[in-house]
Design a binder for this molecule. Structure first.
Ligand SMILES: CC(C)(COP(=O)(O)OP(=O)(O)OC[C@H]1O[C@@H](n2cnc3c(N)ncnc32)[C@H](O)[C@@H]1OP(=O)(O)O)[C@@H](O)C(=O)NCCC(=O)NCCS
Length: 414
């Protein structure tokens, strides 16, 4: 291995996939499992991977998935960064930095995705590269004896059925496709991604059952909601049932369908605890129950976002209130973003271009990336000293225009 790390990075071949799997498992400290140990999984894009070999040892791995990310008012191409590992023997020599630089430079030069996103194994890794948490998962949990739906909740006239996986996947795909375009942070799911999401490996169940699938069907036969959950059975020392229901996903196009799916899940015999780790901290279930305190949320950072190109990314989203101001952005890692940008936008469109005008706000790329999906307030970042207001009132104006009525949320870890 030489000092010129960039020159040694190259895409992996399909034949090298088993070596990638081993290297990733070593770095993440798990035992490789699943159907794709020896063959490249359908979601993988080997030509977008970058690896570094040191002799016959695979020292570093990384990949990019070509995804579509919902942002406020639009859907944009998004580079889903994945497979990031550097072996224990090669860490802290700048290999990750070289990978990050190559990925972002390439995306910029080739005018590929204007935005990159990832799930961080550890919080302190990615901020230095301009990534910031832009969504949270709610980690909801509560005891079922306190989780009753309000008496005024409309449960509609539909039906909830337990269905086989194949029936579920087809119907859930259609429901998801209707919903995902309106929730910033959501990602598209084609057949390959649905297959991966529903793979349900035994090793990933942590002692719980396999997934059980529910569909909500209206009186006219249309499917308006779906849910997938597992059960983890347990008993107290006194022999009382103490099982946990783990909600993997629950979504519906109509409020009564959503309520009906929850009503069924909250009434399953022997269950005493409900957990929903991946749901939004702002999930409507919190407003459906009689005792809002009974469902605890402990939000954790979820999808991290990085604007690859400030101008392309800001022009791609929509703004709920009119905005026209100048931001001065610092971005040491991607210097093409540094400088002053005029941002204007409204509910039907956005514009962002270079300007020499004096700035109204000064901020770093991390802060802008955090605020991009509308879930992190520029006002809060200002209160933390991470955004500087030059023109009086600019923070209020920008915070309002960068917000969005739908809380960003990403249920798909990759
Ligand atoms: C995280 C990982 C990829 C870092 O790779 P690396 O090649 O050692 O990173 P670099 O040498 O480029 O480090 C760049 C900087 O980030 C810091 N850094 C890297 N990983 C860090 C971590 N986990 N926590 C805190 N800081 C970290 C380094 O200290 C260094 O800081 P410096 O520039 O101030 O010296 C590697 O340690 C790893 O594979 N870990 C296990 C798997 C994992 O967590 N992967 C990430 C999946 S999202």
């Amino acid at each position: 291995m030489t000092d010129d790390l960039d020159a040694q990075l190259r895409p992996a071949t399909a034949e090298e996939w088993p070596a990638l799997v081993r290297a990733m498992s070593d770095a993440f400290g798990n035992t490789p499992s699943g159907p794709h140990l020896d063959s490249v999984p359908p979601v993988a894009e080997m030509d977008r991977s970058l690896v570094l070999w040191d002799g016959d040892r695979l020292a570093a791995t990384s990949g990019i998935y070509s995804r579509s990310l919902t942002v406020p008012g639009a859907v944009v191409p998004c580079a889903g960064i994945t497979w990031v590992t550097v072996s224990a023997t090669h860490r802290r020599r700048g290999i990750l930095t070289a990978i990050m630089r190559r990925q972002l430079t390439h995306l910029h030069e080739q005018q590929r995705e204007p935005v990159a996103a990832l799930w961080a194994a550890e919080f302190p890794i990615y901020g230095r590269f301009g990534y910031a948490p832009a969504t949270s998962r709610g980690n909801l949990t509560g005891r079922t004896e306190r989780l009753r739906l309000r008496s005024d909740v409309d449960l509609g006239s539909g039906r909830v059925d337990v269905v086989p996986k194949e029936t579920y996947q087809a119907a859930a795909t259609a429901v998801h496709e209707q919903l995902r375009r309106f929730v910033p942070g959501n990602l598209e799911r084609d057949l390959r991604w649905w297959d991966r999401i529903l793979r349900d490996e035994k090793d990933d169940r942590d002692g719980a059952t396999e997934l059980r699938y529910l569909l909500h069907t209206e009186a006219d036969g249309s499917v308006t909601g779906y849910a997938a959950y597992r059960l983890k059975s347990a008993r107290t020392d006194g022999g009382e049932p103490d099982s946990t229901l783990i909600v993997e996903e629950v979504r519906a196009t109509r409020p009564p369908a959503y309520a009906a799916l929850w009503q069924l899940m909250l009434s399953i015999d022997l269950v005493r605890t409900v957990r929903a780790p991946m749901l939004s901290p702002d999930d409507p279930i919190r407003l459906l129950v009689t005792d809002g305190r009974a469902l605890h949320a402990s939000p954790v950072d979820a999808l991290w976002v990085r604007l690859v190109d400030v101008d392309r990314a800001l022009a791609a989203r929509r703004y709920p209130t009119p905005i026209d101001l100048v931001i001065e952005v610092s971005d040491e890692f991607c210097p093409w973003n540094a400088g002053r940008w005029r941002v204007s936008g409204h509910p039907a469109g956005g514009y962002c271009g270079r300007t020499d005008l004096d700035p109204d706000l000064v901020l770093g790329i991390e802060e802008l990336s955090a605020a991009y999906l509308g879930g992190v307030s520029l006002g809060t970042l200002h209160a933390a000293g991470r955004v500087t207001e030059v023109s009086p009132g600019a923070v209020t104006l920008a915070s309002t225009a960068f917000s969005w009525p739908v809380t960003p949320w990403c249920p798909d870890e990759f």
